[in-house]
Write a protein that binds this ligand. Sequence first.
Ligand SMILES: [Zn+2]
Length: 108
Amino acid sequence: MAMRAYNTPFDGGGNRAMDARKANDRIAEKAEQLRFVSRVPMLCECSEPACRTIVMIALGDYHAVRQSDDALLTAPGHRVGGAALETRTSNYDVRRLGRSDDGDRRSA
Ligand SMILES: [Zn+2]
C-alpha cells in the first residue's frame, strides 16, 4: 500500500504555477500594448493542472503581485502546494511560496 503524495510542494504544483505565470506575463504584455485600462483576465496559478479559472485583475495590481518572485495569483480559495494565503480580495488571492497554511503552527 504505497502512499502517493497527491500534492507535492514545488514539484507538480510549482511547475504548473510557473507555466501559468509565464502565460500571464504574456497576457500582461499584450494588455499593455492594447492599453487596457480595466481589469485583465489572467490564469489562476494554483497547483491544479486542470484548472482553467480566469482571474480578473487590474494591470497595476498584477505588476504589484509580480514584484515578488514567490507570490502567486490564484482564484479565491484555490491552493498552491507549499504556499500560504497572503492577501484575499473579492476577485483573487495572493499566495506566497515557502510557507504553508495547512496547520504548521510551531510558535504557539
Ligand atoms: Zn486554480
